[in-house]
Design a protein around this ligand. Sequence first.
Ligand code: ADP
Ligand code: MG
Length: 673
Amino acid sequence: MENYSEFNIQYIKGVGEKRARLFNKLGIYSVADLIHFYPRKYQDWNNCETVLSAPENEAVAIKATMITPVKENLIRKGLTLYKCNFSDGQTVIHVTIFNNKYLAKALRTFDEYILYGKIEKSFTNAFMSSPQIEKADTAQGIHPIYSATENLNSKVIAKVVKTALDKFEYFEDTLDNEIRDKYNLCSLDFAIRQIHFPSEEKNIETARRRLIFEELLTLQLGLMKLRDKKETKNNFIINYDFTEEFLTLLPFELTNAQKNAITDCVKDMMSKKTMNRLIQGDVGSGKTAVATAAMFTAIKNGYQCAMMAPTEILASQHFESLSKLFENTEINIALLTGSTKAKEKREIKQALMSGEIDLIVGTHALIQNDVEFFNLALVITDEQHRFGVEQRASLAMKSASPHLMVMSATPIPRTLGLIIYGDLDISILGELPAGRKKIRTDVVDTSYHQRIYKFIKKAVDEGHQAYIVCPLVEESESDLIPATQYAEELSEKYFQGYNLALLHGKMKAKEKDRVMRSFENKETDILVSTTVVEVGVDVPNATIMLIENADRFGLSQLHQLRGRVGRGSEQSYCILVSDNKGESTRERLNIMKKTSDGFKIADYDLKTRGPGDFFGKRQHGLPNLVIADMLEDMETLTECQQCAKDMIKEDENLDKYPLLCNQISDMFRKTDY
Ligand code: ADP
Ligand code: MG
């Protein structure tokens, strides 16, 4: 039998060169492409209605006999109307056909047809305008509807698919019986035939399950293989573990989760292969300490480290706290951001090249071309999801395959995490440092403002600080209070005698830095801010987080914001203000009240707000999926991950599955990896 995956559709009967080009536009070149071009939906021509039972304004199938011959009506040049009457046994249906001479000529009085389309009813009659009409004896069945283009309609595509399916007797399976039985999958051949021309409605689901499974399995296996490929030789072998010494510098006890993560990292760096590790932990779980421990050991072994943060605020904060921690060591630290002065920048670059600087903290400025290192062995990116994959890669390019660690608080459900970070090993910080009190969260409306302000004043009087977050800087939506105006109003009307400062995204980096520093130094009592404080900022003395228009935020974002407080041993509060009384909004905000588990919150967000926050706005560079939907098909995804693991374990090269291997390379060739 001919190989269908290379069979050019041009040579399928009824296609030819011209039509093949139209198929090419849909990305269809081979029969393999064609059979994986699945219907968008189906029309059920099996369950025919009668006019009386048929709903209006909905496409229906009606079995009817033609009772009068076709009358031709030339309206004007190029527009001919054909009229004829059908009967379903009870009601007469007046049918109008536009311009379709071929169809009009084929219709025969007293023959039985199925009319498919919308029906309009009057007292005694019914009308159908340009319905699809086919002979009753051959038309029954479930008809596939394909996404058509202007010159290639669904019917033509269906016909070509049918011809192709008839030409190839059997589509060889990519999976063996064992796997199919275990995961309850039909054969590939059955799936392909039934997804296009289902003989029963329930077969569509059976076929879909198989094809979704296959696609997700291909993706998962591809990612796992990719990860194998990335496993490069360790060029920066760490010989000594300095974690014990590091502990003496820390003002606190590490949590077990932190200890385990540090052990993972040090083990990685001592192994024969380069480290590629994700440290995932909820806000406040202490990821920085893990990163710092790994850097300490690398530096003590004579290497350089780089830590990249997504904002200048965060970078300088890391710089400050690292400088303090390493105060009495010989470790030489520097900060490099977009606002570092030119002269200082030159000096820093020089010192990086000579190896004088051991540890550089910075923003994107670190990945500029002219930044060179002496022996960069460990690259850490904080809040990984803010960086694209390429940025992660380009910092890594600064050296011959340095060890990589990425830290993320984005609580992506584990299944998705495996896909997005499929090329990384993962250490999870599943516990918060001891002594943390649960943050008390309340949801109120704006009538509570006076009381809240009083509460904030009381906290400040007791020596604490507060954040007030509002969504936008400038008025773009009339019902939102712009931060600038709001800050002025607050300090004039409610907080006379208190120190307020404003922080927003449009400020210059230097200015932001100054504001942030004054908050850290307790010169500022209350920080009014847009969401720039969302990421990573750490001021343990702040105990109140007030969020205006809270309904404007996604839950995960609210969770991040809430994570800015409750970082010390004091009781902290998160107050969500919203006048939105909608039921779903209330329910959403109440989730914040009920749970402090970032993963649960993310799951809920995912279910109610859709994947936008995870996939839409960010590009993960994953291959496009045709039939599967990573979120809809999460359960299948989990099964596939298990299946892929077992397959690789049994046979790393997947020699038993040559067809699947081809599929993997096809899928990943289309993406630029
Ligand atoms: P995140 O994981 O959100 O990045 P950080 O690393 O900023 O969290 O840590 C949050 C706060 O908790 C910091 O003030 C840090 O010094 C402190 N911290 C980290 N680990 C511990 C610990 N084991 N015990 C007590 N405090 C800790
Ligand atoms: Mg952090």
